[in-house]
Design a protein. Structure first.
Length: 217
């Protein structure tokens, strides 16, 4: 039996996870947030005070880690880490961990295993190009950097008072640069992906567009 695979890629703040979650609910399929996996490992690196440039130690941690999803939660070594992986520190460091080739091999392997026996919508940076190259539908979501930073600022302002718009914008630009320029599976649009620029579009507009594409309309 062939399972449905939908790949959503794009830069930070493009709306990937929000949109993917809604589509997963709509179609009753599993949503996999691959960014959360790189974030969980980065959180472990930080908690263990491992230098972010110490690739050998980071690879060792990656090999020893148990990262899994259960009922919309992410677990690192059996500890729920949904909140911890969204910290500013993790934001700042995650792209350095994610550019390590061996780390990617380990996590991509896990991602492909998850997609082996169920219908999935997966979001990340290399899903359409690398993780699920035969996905039924590949979407490359994007939006202007101003809009993406504004979205993240609005989201974080409520939770954290001392965060500035410029700091968020700088973090997004830096992460996009590292993610796009790394050697191993960089952030790039798959040749057969459909680009949706979400600047000025509502979440529901984007969900509707993707559902229409799935229906072949
Ligand atoms: O939500 P946001 O777009 O800010 O980031 P994310 O999807 O949680 O991903 C965090 C980081 O993980 C990205 O900036 C990439 O460095 C890395 N990542 C990756 O390299 N490959 C993926 N498939 C997903 C995320
Ligand atoms: O996963 P990614 O980093 O691509 O983005 P996200 O975390 O899904 O979206 C970032 C923020 O933008 C969320 O607060 C969404 O509610 C918001 N958003 C929006 O305002 N309009 C859209 N068309 C998509 C997302």
């Amino acid at each position: 039996m062939e399972y449905i695979q939908i790949a959503i890629d794009g830069p930070a703040g493009a709306g990937k996870s929000t949109i993917a979650k809604k589509i997963a609910k709509c179609l009753d399929i599993t949503y996999i947030d691959t960014g959360a996996m790189y974030r969980a490992l980065t959180y472990k690196v930080l908690v263990n005070n491992v230098d972010i440039y110490n690739e050998e130690e980071i690879i060792k941690l990656a090999r020893e880690s148990d990262i899994k999803f259960f009922q919309e939660n992410i677990y690192l070594d059996n500890q729920k880490v949904n909140e911890e992986i969204r910290s500013i520190e993790v934001n700042k460091n995650v792209s350095y961990v994610a550019k390590i080739r061996e780390v990617r091999l380990i996590l991509v392997n896990l991602q492909r295993k998850i997609a082996l026996d169920q219908d999935v919508i997966m979001d990340g940076r290399d899903i359409g190009t690398h993780v699920l190259p035969n996905a039924r539908l590949k979407i490359f979501l994007t939006a202007s950097v101003e809009e993406r930073a504004t979205r993240r600022y609005t989201e974080l302002k409520g939770k954290c008072n001392d965060i500035s718009f410029n700091e968020i914008k700088k973090d997004i630009i830096n992460r996009d640069k590292i993610d796009s320029e790394r050697k191993s599976a960089p952030l790039v649009k798959a040749e057969d992906a459909i680009v949706i620029d979400t600047t000025g579009l509502s979440i529901d507009d984007v969900v509707e567009k993707i559902i229409d594409l799935l229906r072949g309309e």
